[in-house]
Design a binder for this molecule. Structure first.
Ligand code: SF4
Length: 227
């Protein structure tokens, strides 16, 4: 596993839990608004962190941290993801996976092996605009499959970054796509220091975001705005 960052403590990433976060290097998407581009574009890759540093910290913090999150980049492209998740589970932590949903077979494997407790999946766009928003050619059947697998878990979330290029119609189609979801987040989009220059775009106003939240709540059970 190539690790590009390790955050020791977060109180906001795993609902109700204190977690540490492992950031993996490499992603198969190219979302223009990505602020983790140093984990995405090979020419900008950060220096990898030895995994021993992570294990040693986690051993010392047992009892003080509830969970470990694997995020990226895209963790499901790491060949040894399941092995590393198993190790974290054996150490006694809950495990969270953040994914772009491009590898439903890996998500399913993690679930079947019992190495993941919470999955967070990005819903980037309505299905027909996925390739436009992610900057790569996408097999939307795989995205649909991931949504279906994750939507049957006891603990999960879907979330959408409020990319200003998305229209009202796009949001409506996104909400319809995840109809019935237990937990959904609308995430404020950062427009500076991103994978592609997004500074010419205009953030959605707070008022607009609240309207989107109200609209989302017609389809999902719970919706929050994440700054
Ligand atoms: S925002 Fe897009 S490009 Fe960035 S890590 Fe997530 S999926 Fe990859």
């Amino acid at each position: 596993m190539k690790i590009g960052g390790f955050q020791r403590t977060s109180l906001i990433d795993y609902p109700g839990k204190i977690c540490s976060i492992i950031f993996t290097i490499g992603c198969n998407f190219r979302c223009p608004y990505c602020y983790n581009h140093r984990l995405v574009l090979p020419e900008r890759y950060v220096e990898p962190i030895p995994i021993e540093e992570v294990w040693s910290f986690l051993k010392r913090r047992k009892g003080k941290i509830d969970a470990v999150e694997f995020t990226g980049g895209e963790p499901t492209i790491q060949e040894d993801l399941i092995e590393k998740m198993s190790k974290v589970k054996e150490m006694g932590f809950l495990v969270k996976l953040d994914t772009n949903g491009s590898h439903p077979e890996i998500i399913e494997k993690c679930i079947k092996k019992g190495v993941v407790d919470y999955v967070a999946m990005d819903i980037k766009a309505p299905l027909e605009r996925y390739s436009f928003v992610t900057g790569v050619s996408i097999d939307i059947e795989r995205i649909k499959e991931s949504i279906n697998i994750i939507g049957h878990l006891p603990d999960y979330e879907f979330r959408t970054t409020l990319y200003p290029a998305l229209s009202d119609k796009d949001f409506l189609e996104i909400f319809q796509l995840i109809e019935g979801a237990k937990r959904y987040f609308l995430q404020v989009c950062k427009l500076k220091d991103t994978l592609k220059d997004c500074t010419h775009l205009k953030q959605f106003s707070r008022e607009k975001i609240e309207i989107l939240k109200k609209e989302a709540l017609k389809f999902v059970k719970n919706c929050e705005i994440r700054e």
